[in-house]
Design a protein around this ligand. Structure first.
Ligand SMILES: NC(=O)c1ccc[n+]([C@@H]2O[C@H](COP(=O)([O-])OP(=O)(O)OC[C@H]3O[C@@H](n4cnc5c(N)ncnc54)[C@H](OP(=O)(O)O)[C@@H]3O)[C@@H](O)[C@H]2O)c1
Length: 249
C-alpha cells in the first residue's frame, strides 16, 4: 500500500484530496497547522500530523514522524488580493513564505528518501492565474509562478534519480476557504484602485464555470499515479478552458 503526505488538509482541496486517496486505497498522512478531532473522518489508513510549512522545525518533525512516503502533495497556500500599493511587505513575505518557500522546503525535505529509493512524486498546487494573470493578484501570482518555474527546473535534476515532479493548476474555486480567508485579511483597497477592485469582484461573483475540490483531488491523483501524465495538469472546468486558450502543453 502506497503512502501520500498532503499539506494543508484542514479544508478545501487538501481535505478533499486526503479523502480521495483514502477512497483509492492509499495510506494518507494528512498534515495541518492545528490538528483537531473530527476535521477528517476517522479511517484506518489515515494519520494526521501537525505541520506549518513556514516553520523549518515543524517540517523536520513532520517528515520524521511521517516515516517513508511515496508521494508529497504541496497544497497548503494562502491568497492575497489587493493593489500592490495596498499591501504591506510583511503580507508579501507571508505569501512567499507559505506558497513558495514552504513548497520548496517541503520538496527538499523529502528528497533524501526519494533519491535513496529511486522513486517518489512531488505534486505542487499552483493556479491558472499563472497562465492568465488578473489585476490585484500580482503578489499571489508571482508566488505561484515561482513554484511553476521551480518545479520545471528541479524536475530535470531529479529525473536521473527516478523522482517525478508535477504541477496541478486549479481554476477559481469559490467553495473553499481560500477567498474567504483572503478577503478577511484584506487591507483597505487604495481609492485609486476601487474601480479595478469592483471589476475583479464582479468577475468572482459571476464566474461562469468554476473548479470544485473534487476536480483538484482527481487531478492530483492522476499526477501522482500516472507516470506519463503531463508536467502541468489543469483542474476544473474553467482551468481546462484557460489551459486550452493559452495552448498549455
Ligand atoms: N480556491 C481557489 O480558488 C484556488 C485556485 C487556485 C489555486 N488554489 C490553491 O490551492 C491550494 C489550496 O487552497 P484551497 O482553495 O483549498 O484553500 P483553503 O480551503 O483556504 O485551504 C488552504 C489550506 O492551506 C493551509 N495553510 C495555510 N497556511 C499554511 C501553513 N503555513 N502551513 C500549513 N498549512 C497552511 C490552510 O490551513 P489552516 O486551516 O491552518 O489555515 C488550509 O488547510 C492553495 O495552494 C491555493 O493557493 C486555490
Amino acid at each position: 500500500m502506497k503512502t501520500v503526505l498532503i499539506t494543508g488538509c484542514s479544508s478545501g482541496f487538501g481535505h478533499e484530496t486526503a479523502k480521495f486517496f483514502l477512497e483509492k486505497g492509499w495510506k494518507v498522512i494528512a498534515t495541518m497547522r492545528s490538528p483537531k478531532e473530527g476535521i477528517l473522518p476517522k479511517h484506518e489508513n489515515l494519520r494526521v500530523i501537525a505541520l506549518d510549512v513556514t516553520n523549518e522545525d515543524s517540517i523536520r518533525q513532520a517528515i520524521a514522524e511521517a516515516g517513508p512516503i511515496d508521494a508529497l502533495v504541496n497544497n497548503a497556500g494562502i491568497g492575497l488580493l489587493n493593489a500592490l500599493e495596498g499591501v504591506s511587505v510583511a503580507a508579501i513575505r507571508e505569501v512567499f513564505e507559505t506558497n513558495t518557500i514552504g513548497t520548496i522546503a517541503m520538496t527538499q525535505a523529502v528528497l533524501p528518501q526519494f533519491r535513496a529509493k529511486k522513486s517518489g512524486v512531488v505534486v505542487n498546487v499552483t493556479s491558472t492565474v499563472t497562465l492568465v494573470p488578473l489585476p490585484l493578484l500580482a503578489v499571489y501570482t508571482a508566488s505561484k509562478s515561482a513554484v511553476n518555474a521551480f518545479t520545471e527546473s528541479v524536475a530535470l535534476e531529479l529525473e536521473p534519480f527516478g523522482v517525478r515532479m508535477r504541477i496541478v493548476l486549479p481554476g477559481l474555486a469559490p467553495t473553499t476557504k481560500f477567498s474567504e480567508n483572503a478577503f478577511a485579511k484584506m487591507a483597505p483597497v487604495p481609492d485609486a484602485y476601487k474601480p479595478t477592485f469592483d471589476n475583479v469582484l464582479a468577475g468572482f461573483q459571476n464566474p461562469g464555470p468554476v473548479t470544485h475540490a473534487r476536480d483538484v483531488a482527481e487531478a492530483i491523483f492522476v499526477a501522482v499515479t500516472e507516470p506519463t501524465s503531463p508536467m502541468k495538469i489543469p483542474a476544473g472546468a474553467d482551468a481546462v478552458m484557460w489551459a486550452e486558450k493559452v495552448g498549455m502543453k
